[in-house]
Ligand binder design. Structure first.
Ligand code: SAH
Length: 209
């Protein structure tokens, strides 16, 4: 299979064609081999315009959604980023192409271990995958310039707001049900948060505890 060709087509047709994206975001999506983040049996479907199963009843997000969240978060080359819900590690790997350091938290040990192995194999030394409940954040590495949450719940965990740097951005799906979530962007301004709605999304549940 011509994965490089498929990747280029994905960036052109699924991402660049659907909005205004920073060059760095498009280049990051061009760089990461998505076929290595899905089960072998699904490698030929890796560049489909949809989420795919990755085991433990979880999914790797649709490529467009990954690019959209990263674009919204305004990640720079000096950014320290936390991703809650690292799953396959794909989004964390894409973020790692842009940011200085990425910490990806995943509550399923089997997924976290597979994601860690992928980072080692691909030589992504600035992407750190950790086991555990990311709804509590990662206080020992805070503050973060950006926190991206790749799973959705009814409310916004307070720990994540606390662990944002001043001017930092939190991108998180919030809603009463996984079929009715709104992607929110919160920007920290001193003690206040500027809140922006980025549209309807569907993410697997954020499991707290
Ligand atoms: N960004 C991932 C998408 C994975 S789906 C990727 O690119 O593959 C979301 C993931 O969030 C699932 O793997 C799920 O196990 C995880 N998750 C849900 N609640 C969590 C929590 N509180 N802490 C850490 N991970 C969580």
């Amino acid at each position: 299979m011509d994965f490089a060709g498929e990747r280029e087509t994905m960036v052109t047709n699924q991402i660049a064609a659907r909005g205004d994206f920073d060059r760095a975001v498009l280049d990051a999506m061009r760089a990461v081999p998505r076929e290595k983040f899905v089960p072998d049996i699904l490698a030929s479907r890796a560049y489909d315009d949809r989420p795919l199963p990755i085991g433990e009843d979880q999914t790797i997000s649709q490529p467009f959604v990954v690019a959209y969240m990263i674009e919204a978060a305004k990640i720079g080359k000096d950014s320290r980023v936390l991703e809650v819900g690292a799953g396959s590690g794909y989004a964390a790997a894409v973020i790692g192409q842009i940011a200085a350091q990425v910490f990806g938290m995943e509550r399923h040990r089997t997924l976290a271990e597979a994601a860690r192995n992928r980072m080692a194999e691909l030589g992504y030394g600035n992407v750190h995958i950790l086991d555990g409940d990311g709804s509590k954040g990662l206080p020992e590495e805070a503050p973060f310039d950006v926190i991206i949450v790749s799973a959705g719940g009814e409310d916004i965990p307070e720990a994540l707001c606390d662990q944002l740097a001043d001017g930092g951005r939190l991108v998180i799906p919030v809603g009463p049900h996984h079929l009715a979530q709104d992607l929110l962007k919160l920007t920290k301004r001193g003690d206040e948060f500027e809140r922006e709605s980025l549209g309807g999304v569907r993410f697997v549940p954020l499991v707290e505890g």
